[in-house]
Design a protein. Structure first.
Ligand code: SF4
Length: 379
């Protein structure tokens, strides 16, 4: 989430509003950025200004350090009473998601998310009122674990269905709460919405999956959740983050999924973001993608042979086997994506996923590629 810190004045409560840089009648109810004293300020929710003490007002004002604001007109912002400005919805991005909580019932050893105590379902409902969903093909719902408050999640989904019927919504969840069939029923019953679920499975060995997730019994809960979702014909994507603990298991996991979870519509094999727990546990979990090049290739080949749809997320072309490159997707959210200086001379930079800006370290093996990516058969 993009964030800047400002110096707040007159802020008693957090503010959610659309950002704008033009002060006119359409600025009503918005958060206005101004570099000089505005001639009028009817209905403005708050001002963002680059100069200290620029003008006197009883309305909320956030002074920031310079003119360079990372927001676009119509972005939805949240201003905390401490003066932190976060973007909740980027109008120009294809990666918008409702971030409903940062609390989780799993404790994955490589989770990039720093766990907190924020519950944001109501903030998301407020944001939903302000955004134009017709501009976005698919909406994400993420956390933390979005199913922790199932009733609030259902309320959010119903509100999306009402505002933008038949919108595609992808929920990132560990799937464990769907081991209770009544939770699946609640979501399956919602009309006029196309929900899909992205659910992590790290290994076909229960103990290994549980170790990575940090919760005993997580594997069986997730598998039961997957079967319950399948019972209600829900669309499911399996997500496997690759780390030191599971890279040798990728091929057998492919076979497990093919044999036991044939209803899965998509599998994503994912590189790690070295942030949060992945940074704290770096020595425990880290592995350079170059080191699992063969295992990744063999897993992808297995999925292809099983006629399952597989993609590789968060891994740049230069770190994977030639035959895997065609499966690499530009998957890193725009605000988190960056390139290293050596990428400047790379022939495939325009279509590469790049690397996580949020990672504290990157592979030493990133190097420019001189030829374009070709569709070589993965066999
Ligand atoms: S050098 Fe950079 S742009 Fe080229 S494949 Fe590697 S990460 Fe991508």
């Amino acid at each position: 989430m993009k964030e800047i810190k400002g110096n707040p004045h007159n802020l008693k409560d957090p503010i959610i509003g659309k950002f704008c840089t033009k002060n006119n009648i359409f600025a009503k109810d918005k958060i206005l950025f101004c570099t000089k004293k505005p001639l009028f300020s009817v209905g403005i929710k708050a001002f963002v200004v680059p100069t200290e003490g620029m003008f006197k007002t009883n309305l909320p004002v956030i002074e920031i350090k310079n003119n360079e604001i990372p927001f676009d007109d119509e972005d939805v912002l949240n201003i905390s009473i401490e003066g932190k400005i976060n973007v909740l919805w980027e109008v120009k991005s294809d990666n918008n998601a409702f971030y409903v909580t940062d609390i989780c019932n799993s404790k994955c050893i490589m989770c990039p998310q720093v766990e907190g105590s924020c519950v944001r379902y109501d903030e998301c409902l407020e944001t939903l009122k302000l955004v134009d969903l017709s501009k976005h093909v698919e909406i994400g719902i993420t956390g933390g674990e979005p199913t922790l408050n199932m009733n609030k999640l259902v309320e959010l989904l119903k509100s999306i269905a009402l505002k933008a019927p038949d919108k595609k919504v992808h929920i990132l969840t560990n799937g464990r709460n769907f081991s209770k069939i009544e939770n699946v029923e609640k979501i399956a019953k919602i009309k006029n919405i196309k929900v899909s679920f992205g659910i992590p499975l790290y290994s076909d060995i229960a103990e290994e999956h549980d170790y990575i997730v940090g919760v005993k019994g997580a594997f069986i809960e997730t598998i039961n959740g997957l079967y319950n979702l399948a019972k209600y014909r829900q669309e499911i994507e399996i997500r496997t983050v690759i780390l030191k603990q599971n890279y040798k298991q990728l091929k057998t996991l492919a076979e497990y999924i093919y044999r036991n979870l044939p209803f899965v519509s998509h599998v994503a094999l994912m590189g790690m973001e070295y942030h949060g727990n992945a940074e704290t546990n770096y020595d425990l979990v880290s592995i350079d993608p170059i080191e699992y090049k063969t295992e990744l290739y063999e897993a992808v080949r297995e999925y292809v042979r099983f006629n399952m749809i597989v993609d590789v997320y968060n891994l740049p072309f230069c770190l994977v086997h030639d035959k895997v490159q065609q499966f690499c997707r530009d998957s890193i959210s725009t605000w988190k994506k960056t390139f290293l200086p050596q990428c400047a001379n790379c022939a495939v930079k325009d279509i590469c996923s790049g690397v996580f800006e949020t990672s504290f370290t990157h592979s030493q093996n990133i190097q420019p590629i001189s030829k374009n990516i070709t569709d070589v058969q993965c066999n």
